[in-house]
Design a binder for this molecule. Structure first.
Ligand code: GLA
Length: 374
């Protein structure tokens, strides 16, 4: 399936991990609608690993665990669709999934047909227990073709953690997004390291096939399956802004049934989501990337720009955004007319060497800007 902009939704792994079940998924679907997530653009509800029995049936089909999913997957898919949402499921290119449930190696066309019969709209496809003699690109291409052979429009979400230089070949397999890093955990360093590891690779991301830097940890507050200490509200805000700045898929990972109002506000921030969903899906131009301080410029549609200034340090800092490093020479006579998208404040013109003072720890500024004559 082709998408012009990155997909948005919710995935079960961060919150519930191995205990995923029908009640949680139904309640989450309800909350997606009731708490305004669907209206903000989050449409996919994705069940991750651990949904099936440990063995295929006699006919070679994967069977949903009847204790976890008593109504069965088709009824669940119908319920999710009845809410105006889309339904995603999970498998893996190896002989087992990462949590050791049956996976799709050599069963690709059978499993794809079963998934299509259930009515899925999205398949996350992991990379565990992959036979070492099989190149990942062949297995991702195989499942992509198996999904297409069903005739159902299914977004194929490849999850190979950035192995085998995935960014160089994944678009050629027809995948719609690709995980480029190892798993995120609920700490700021985890999110920051994942982000920075991709800073030179976002150029491979674009319409049709997006670099997926993993599910969001905003609102997890050290609960759930990936808890490792949690983040402060400022750190969650920066994490979300970073993901939006680079047009990553936005898959919420927290338990949105019990999410606090501040997290809802953050995750449904229209300005940040508009950045994520900008139609041109351009990668950031890296202006500065020094340890602790990153300044990014991004070309947006309609002749606009986004400027992101991020203080990753846990102390106050002043940041000089030397836009000469982006090509804006002192003599050119142009500067960026900036509006802070987080406060709505119109800040006026920043020229080639503007100073952003008094950045608090983990402080950031994100502007929407136009290039104007000074
Ligand atoms: C891998 C993936 C995770 C999650 C787990 C499930 O680690 O990268 O996102 O799907 O498997 O077991």
């Amino acid at each position: 399936m082709y998408r012009q902009t990155p997909p948005m939704g919710w995935n079960s792994w961060n919150t519930i991990g191995h205990d995923v079940n029908e009640a949680v998924v139904r309640e989450t679907a309800d909350a997606m609608v009731e708490r305004g997530f669907l209206a903000a653009g989050y449409e996919y509800v994705v069940i991750d690993d651990c949904w099936s029995l440990r063995k295929r049936d006699a006919g070679g089909h994967i069977v949903a665990d009847p204790e976890k999913f008593p109504s069965g997957m088709k009824a669940l898919a119908d319920y999710i669709h009845s809410k105006g949402l889309k339904f995603g499921m999970y498998s893996c290119n190896g002989t087992l999934t990462c949590a050791c449930y049956p996976a799709s190696y050599d069963y690709e066309f059978i499993d794809a047909a079963d998934f299509a019969e259930i009515g899925i709209d999205y398949l996350k496809y992991d990379n565990c227990f992959k036979p070492t003699y099989m190149p990942g690109r062949v297995l991702y291409n195989r499942m992509s073709m198996a999904l297409k052979a069903t005739g159902r429009d299914i977004l194929f979400s490849a999850c190979n953690w950035g192995e085998e230089e995935v960014e160089k070949w994944i678009r050629s397999t027809g995948a719609g997004l690709y995980r480029s890093t190892g798993d995120i955990f609920d700490t700021f360093n985890s999110a920051k390291d994942i982000f920075l590891s991709q800073i030179d690779k976002f150029a491979f991301s674009g319409p049709g096939c997006f670099n997926d830097i993993d599910m969001l940890i905003c609102g997890m507050n050290n609960k759930g399956n990936v808890a490792e200490g949690g983040c402060t509200p400022e750190q969650y805000a920066m994490h979300f802004a970073l993901w939006c700045f680079v047009a990553s898929p936005l898959m919420i990972g927290c338990d949105i049934r019990n999410v606090d109002e501040d997290t809802v506000k953050l995750l449904t921030n229209r300005e940040l989501i508009a950045l994520d969903q900008d139609l041109e899906v351009r990668p950031p131009f890296v202006v500065h990337n020094y340890p602790g301080v990153t300044v990014l410029l991004r070309h947006l549609s309609n002749n606009e720009y986004a400027i992101g200034v991020f203080n990753f340090l846990d102390k106050d800092w002043n940041i000089i955004a030397d836009f000469t490093e982006a090509g804006l020479s002192p003599s050119c006579g142009y500067g960026f007319d900036c509006t802070d998208i987080l406060t709505g404040e119109h800040l006026g013109i920043y020229d080639f060497s503007s100073k952003f003072t008094d950045f608090p720890p983990f402080g950031m500024k994100i502007f929407r800007a136009k290039l104007v004559k000074i």
